[in-house]
Design a protein around this ligand. Structure first.
Ligand SMILES: [Zn+2]
Length: 309
């Protein structure tokens, strides 16, 4: 990933951004966003980055007019692409997360009279866009849940657990009041899939694993939560008994995903302070996306491409 100076140099004008977007969106030539055709597309000379599609049935007599931002998230906002891009860049390079307020200050300065709402809106739109479709995980996979929000101290089996309190087997026991559950599956040295869940019953945990992990996975490591007890039918399921003080038994451990949770939680506490249930899925997106692209030098281009197709 490039430095912010290199980024600013690359995207100095709206046209720089539009040219980049064009390349990402239509690498093999301009295509009509409506009929998807590359034929009978004509440049509108008086309007840069605008075209007209004259294919039969696409538009009326005058044809269908479109621009480089038509049918992308950049459409209908009147927000310059330069600002969209800069916000995305700041989010992607903030390993520990960055709040909309921090983004706003970096771009406009402390004393700015620019509307904060725009920065906030752009942060939210980008987090939404960071969905990232990940193929079912293979190899050595770890599954774990964590809880966000609510009171800082929670008790689990008579002691405070190292990731901030766990549900006892079943649904929302004592100590989980006001907390939101997030579940994740991580392939060691690979990708993560994470999402907010409504509860931690067996149906929820079991179906998450079945959607996220290939049955070809070499092993699936979890803790002793009873919600995982049926996995042995289809997976090589290994259980680490945290309640018995067990943390690593050979390849049976959940240290990788716990590392991700601690990054995620420090990010939430450090950058966003408080997160409502409504927006938590967006922060989960953001952290998972950044994690999955941690070694991808083209992550900015990939993100732009993913929202312009
Ligand atoms: Zn068309």
């Amino acid at each position: 990933m490039q430095t912010i100076d290199a980024f600013d140099k690359q995207f100095q004008t709206e046209d720089d951004c539009k040219n980049f977007l064009m390349g990402m969106r239509w690498p093999d030539g301009v295509r009509c966003p409506r009929c998807k055709s590359k034929e009978r597309i004509y440049v509108l000379k008086a309007r840069p980055f605008h075209w007209v599609c004259c294919n039969k049935g696409c538009g009326e007599r005058r044809g269908y007019r479109f621009s480089v931002i038509t049918k992308t998230i950049f459409e209908n906002t009147k927000i310059p692409l330069k600002l969209w891009f800069k916000v995305a860049f700041l989010i992607l390079t903030a390993k520990k997360g960055i709040s909309a307020l921090q983004v706003h200050r970096v771009i406009f300065g402390e004393e700015s009279t620019h509307a904060y709402h725009t920065s906030w809106y752009l942060c939210m739109r980008w987090r939404c866009a960071m969905k990232g479709d990940v193929m079912p995980l293979t190899g050595e996979v770890e599954i774990d849940e964590t809880y966000v929000g609510g009171k800082a101290k929670n008790r689990h089996g008579g002691r405070t657990n190292h990731h901030g309190g766990k549900n006892p087997p079943g649904v929302g026991g004592p100590g989980t009041a006001g907390k939101i559950a997030v579940i994740g599956a991580i392939a060691r040295k690979g990708m993560i899939i994470a999402k907010v869940i409504e509860n931690t019953d067996t149906a929820t945990l079991d179906s998450f694993v079945r959607q996220s992990v290939s049955t070809q996975a070499k092993l699936v490591a979890t803790d002793e939560h009873s919600g995982y007890r049926l996995l042995g039918r289809d997976y090589d399921h290994r259980v680490v008994r945290h309640s018995a003080g067990q943390y690593v038994v050979g390849t049976t451990h959940t240290n990788t995903i716990e590392g991700f949770w601690s990054l995620f939680k420090r990010g939430i506490i450090g950058s966003y302070h408080k997160v409502s249930k409504q927006y938590l899925p967006l922060y989960v997106n953001e952290f998972a996306w950044r994690f999955n692209n941690r070694k991808n030098p083209a992550m900015f281009a990939d993100l732009i491409q993913s929202v312009s197709r």
